[in-house]
Design a protein around this ligand. Structure first.
Ligand SMILES: [Zn+2]
Length: 325
């Protein structure tokens, strides 16, 4: 197809730790056909490749809850440094903090409240410190889910390599955890042209990497319903954009807490979902874990909150929507 002539070269150096806002495709100028020269058919075909379909927002949450709260932890640790092949000792040590200190602090906090959470773990993180699995398993209700093999930039991989890494990640998680994961969060929250097909082929129940809504929805592939649940994320509700050490200054955690509270309040009023993405090597620091505790206290005080794993929510909304397994 004409518009696929583009040879996308990612400006890796500007991608930041997790490749957030700064991580944009930077195509060679002579190879890109700009959108204003596309036919309408090309525009439609491009946006329809992976698009939000019908809402899966249920009429009610379990037990009369007003809002579903999904806490997730992306256990990236050293992998974000390793993936580009040029790790520095300093950056690796900042990542290792996640396994040595951050994760334990996070799990102790949520376990004290009995709140289940989902842990999206690059397999290499777990292999570097498999004791993390025991820490997470202790409560017996947390979810282990897939976050790539080594936090690879799946969006820039070919189909064969992307699939091979994903299979390796699933197998390793299954081996260590004792259960096959059903949830996927793309490293750096992007899809390649092949990601959705690979996820479907491998039998994933849900994805949580896309951003077309605040409510759960079904993903369409080329306009066709897939049955794949999307539990959408947003950088607003990610600790990395506020606490990424590649930034020239950290955000004040107390100000970040206010953002999270405001997001939660509207989710509560609208009866939708509040999905928060955190990283043990960011949120696990002393001056930051206090805002997670404050946020949990704030949400609990409001009442009528369903704290659930991503898997629980995906299964619930599927059942409510009449999607068969
Ligand atoms: Zn990540």
């Amino acid at each position: 197809m004409k518009i696929k002539r583009r040879a996308v070269s990612l400006l890796l150096a500007t991608c930041g730790g997790l490749g957030v806002g700064a991580c944009r495709a930077s195509p060679g100028a002579d190879e890109v056909v700009p959108g204003w020269r596309w036919s309408w058919e090309e525009v439609e075909r491009t946006v329809n490749r992976v698009r939000a379909g019908r809402t899966l927002q249920p009429a009610a949450w379990p037990n009369g809850a007003r809002v579903a709260v999904l806490l997730s932890f992306d256990v990236d640790n050293e992998t974000v440094s390793l993936r580009f092949g040029e790790p520095t000792v300093g950056a690796l040590s900042q990542g290792q903090y996640g396994a040595r200190v951050g994760l334990g602090r996070v799990v102790r906090l949520i376990d004290r409240y009995g709140i289940p959470a989902s842990f999206f773990i690059p397999a290499v993180s777990l292999r570097l410190d498999p004791r993390m699995a025991d820490v997470i398993k202790q409560a017996g209700h947390h979810e282990f889910a897939v976050h790539g093999w080594i936090h690879e930039m799946n969006s820039s991989l070919g189909a064969v390599e992307e699939r091979e890494l994903l299979v390796r990640a699933i197998d390793y998680l299954e081996e260590v955890v004792g259960e096959r994961p059903v949830g996927y969060r793309a490293p750096s929250w992007n899809f390649s042209p092949n990601t959705l097909a690979i996820l479907r082929e491998l039998g994933f129940l849900y994805d949580t990497s896309l951003m077309a809504d605040e409510r759960p929805y079904e993903i369409l592939a080329d306009g066709e319903a897939t049955g794949m649940v999307e539990l959408p994320v947003e950088w607003i509700l990610d600790d990395a954009v506020y606490f990424d050490p590649l930034g020239n200054r950290y955000s004040n955690p107390r100000e970040v807490l206010q953002v999270y509270k405001d997001e939660f309040d509207v989710a509560y009023d609208e009866g939708t979902m509040f999905i928060l993405t955190m990283h043990p090597h960011y949120i696990g620091h002393r001056s930051r874990i206090v805002i997670l505790e404050a946020l949990i206290d704030y949400m609990r005080a409001k009442g009528d909150v369903w704290f659930a794993t991503h898997r629980q929510v995906a299964e619930y909304v599927r059942a409510q929507a009449g999607l068969t397994p």
